[in-house]
Write a protein that binds this ligand. Structure first.
Ligand SMILES: O=P(O)(O)OC[C@H]1O[C@](O)(CO)[C@@H](O)[C@@H]1O
Length: 192
């Protein structure tokens, strides 16, 4: 037995129900409403109006019981609802891993995109069912629903990576993604 054998969760199988978007056994669930995305949309007045007008759910995250601690490998299913706020497609808050480590997402359903920013360069990965998006260490990441139906993906990440949301508020994400007349419009994060 290794020194790591005192495990917080035993070896197990985790059942994913694609129709219901649930994990079983299930760990913590997170619901992010529009009010949780303060300071992230370029049009703050449109954001405030959406908060006042029912504060809709933008996305939810269901996790397995694997904890976010060093050496563990947690998983979660994120579902982003379709929608725009003043043309900006609905998205996750986005974060940097303070303890720089990589992460993968697997698109399960819908159509999304993975926006990554290392402080200088921006990268975009189109996400359709079956696509694995890889985020290397040091790249902040945000997911965006670019379709007309809910966009769901599986995330698998090192439990000690952490979530730094202040990094995105301070540095932005390089670009923003808007719904254009003929597809996606990528605009400069600051000037867009
Ligand atoms: O943490 P954010 O930026 O709100 O985005 C949620 C997504 O990111 C994760 O925290 C994983 O990076 C997942 O739990 C979820 O997929």
């Amino acid at each position: 037995m290794s020194e790591y054998s005192a495990l917080p969760v035993p070896p197990m199988s985790i059942r994913f129900d694609q129709g219901a978007g649930t994990l079983s056994p299930e760990g913590p669930t997170l619901t992010r409403r529009m009010s949780d995305l303060e300071g992230l949309f370029r049009d703050s007045e449109a954001w405030a109006a959406a908060v006042a007008d029912g504060d809709p759910i933008v996305y939810s995250v269901v996790s397995s019981p694997v904890p976010e601690i060093d050496r563990e490998l947690p998983q979660s299913i994120t579902t982003i609802q379709p929608g725009t706020t003043a043309g900006e497609l609905w998205m996750t808050k986005g974060h940097q891993h303070p303890n720089h480590q990589g992460e993968i997402y697997l698109c399960i359903s819908g159509h999304g995109g993975l926006l990554m920013f290392d402080g200088t360069e921006t990268r975009w990965v189109d996400m359709t069912p079956g696509t694995i998006g890889y985020m290397p260490p040091g790249w902040a990441h945000r997911s965006i629903n670019v379709g007309d139906e809910p966009y769901s993906f599986l995330a698998v990440y090192p439990g000690g990576a952490g979530h730094d949301y202040g990094w995105v508020l301070e540095h932005g994400m390089g670009q923003r993604v808007l719904a254009g007349a003929d597809g996606l419009d990528f605009v400069n994060y600051v000037e867009g």
